[in-house]
Design a protein around this ligand. Structure first.
Ligand SMILES: [Zn+2]
Length: 193
């Protein structure tokens, strides 16, 4: 191999390396920004209603529940925006999720009732027709804790004892008497025994 050829090969190789280096620099420069920058920013917390609940009556399994959402109540005066869970009077009512007892209220229709707000403030669980209370207002309760017993107070008087259970999605600033009800049945029916 002549000197000229050797120099030629050397230059060629050098140019090739420079080209590769340049290409890789260009590619790096046009790479998308780091992954973290592109990740969508969460603007709202996930809805609490999707958090795992437990069935709020001791000894009741998912298969025993029936969907009573939308049924007519009060002789057609109102729609049922809750689930009724049938159980003997005195059966322990359990906190469906952890939270704070926001209100204990005596209601014409609900009888003895309890409003428990979840820890993030975004949901209220409402328990009605209770026979007795096991908690006080402002008390913290943990999921599964007994908070009351099943009864037939209020509009259930004279009828079969059951827990009337509502899930209310709360907007910021809404009080215990407000909120938008969602059907508890699909959430409770998915609870594993
Ligand atoms: Zn009911």
């Amino acid at each position: 191999m002549t000197l000229a050829r050797r120099v030629g090969w050397g230059l060629g190789l050098l140019l090739l390396l420079l080209a590769i280096a340049f290409a890789s620099m260009v590619r790096i420069r046009f790479d998308p920004p780091a992954q973290a920058v592109n990740e969508p920013v969460a603007t709202t917390a996930p809805p609490v209603a999707n958090d795992a609940l437990i069935i709020p009556v001791e000894g009741i399994h998912a298969a025993q529940l029936s969907d009573t959402w939308g049924q007519s109540r009060g002789g057609g005066a109102r729609e049922h925006h809750a689930i009724d869970i049938m159980a003997p009077k005195g059966t322990p009512v359990l906190a469906a999720a952890s939270g704070t007892v926001e209100k204990i209220f005596e209601s014409a229709n609900g009888g003895h009732t309890l409003y428990v707000r979840t820890q993030d403030g975004g949901t209220i669980h409402y328990y009605a027709h209770l026979d007795s209370y096991g908690v006080a207002e402002k008390q913290l309760v943990r999921q599964g804790q007994q908070i009351a017993t099943v009864g037939n107070t209020g509009s259930a008087a004279g009828g079969a004892p059951h827990l009337h259970f509502e899930i209310k999605i709360m907007q910021p600033g809404e009080g215990w008497w407000q909120g938008t009800n969602i059907n508890p049945y699909p959430l409770l029916a998915g609870v594993k025994d």
